[in-house]
Design a protein around this ligand. Sequence first.
Ligand SMILES: *Cc1c(COP(=O)(O)O)cnc(C)c1O
Length: 425
Amino acid sequence: MSDPVSQELFARAQRVLPGGVNSPVRAFRAVGGEPVFITRARGSRIYGADGAEYVDYVGSWGPAILGHAEPEVVEVVRRTALDGLSFGAPTELEVRFAEAVRERVPSLELQRCTSSGTEATMSALRVARGATGRDLVVKMEGCYHGHADALLVKAGSGLATFGTPDSAGVPPGAAESTLVLPYNDLAALEAAFDRVGERIAAVILEPVAGNMGCVPPEPGYLPGVVELCARHGAISIFDEVMTGLRVAPGGAQERYGVTPRLTCLGKIVGGGMPLAIYGGASEVMRHISPLGRVYQAGTLSGNPLAVAAGLATLERLVPAVYERLEATSAALGDGLASLLRERGVAGVVQRVGSMLTLFFTERPVRSWSDAAGCDTERFARFHRGLLARGVYWPPSQFEAAFVSAAHEPADLDRTLSAARDALVS
Ligand SMILES: *Cc1c(COP(=O)(O)O)cnc(C)c1O
């Protein structure tokens, strides 16, 4: 149950916003509750409309890796705002930002800013099609790449949660050129290339899946995907909107030592502001206008406030932060796993760095078909139990929880003691 103030706000919200929200998962439908309205956040904590304090594992769905409202990042944004909110013209700030991003992700020889992850993946597909002159795109079941028409097929989290594998309003043609294959299945990809290889423009995937819950790549999977693409003249795209700057400074491509042709970044890269990036090999990216014939643009792209927040966040993501994230996340993951044993509850904790999921299932989750077998009723009870005890966990079995650099031992103690109680209900 949410608090009375949130309930009143939710009633008002439903009169002006579809379902009372600006993005579906926020409505808490998958856990049968009503959303808590948030008034402010600081560090590892987030505060509800009635003033209640929660330990937060949503982190604005990823960006809050340093913790909420990191004082120096906020100060940089404040100072930048005094000089103007948007110019629609080039700035030194965006050049410095691009240089800093490329330092961490060297495969981004050329990159372009967009305002959302959706635009980044959509544009990456367009340039892949433009560069190869081919039409088909391969995506993996359970991976989410934003809500562009062509990618809204078997797309995990929000969609999985609502049991709508496809969205209404997507013309058949838009999804017809998208092939959907199981995640972590190299043989299936090889078979697709054997069948229609000369038509495949790109293969896009989450290098660590996060939108069906946290599902790591099997050994050999990522290098296999990149190699198959190279052999058949297709463009490999790592959608690192979630994993970029999270699972390692250089994202999953650094962590697993695999270099895709194109990469999408989002979430953390904007430090909480609307910003995402797509980019990669200059040979591919030079097809983008004004260099080439692939058109893509944005009035607010490279917005100075967003870029300033991103740059300030990047500068603070030093090696010691990743060590701390790893230690805190390992303690949380191990703690949850031992609670499952103690309580005799069937569950699996899967974690890569500071993203993790507790799946209510007997077996490890390697793909969407495994994830779909989870006990979502049990998850919903667990979620409500945590919320009632001051822990704000992602409101879906198919979302990853995020640990931030601001999470401390006291946060973990509170979380694990809430989880111990929430697991019996
Ligand atoms: C969140 C997400 C997106 C979409 O980004 P938006 O900014 O919400 O449009 C795309 N890909 C992945 C992997 C994501 O996690």
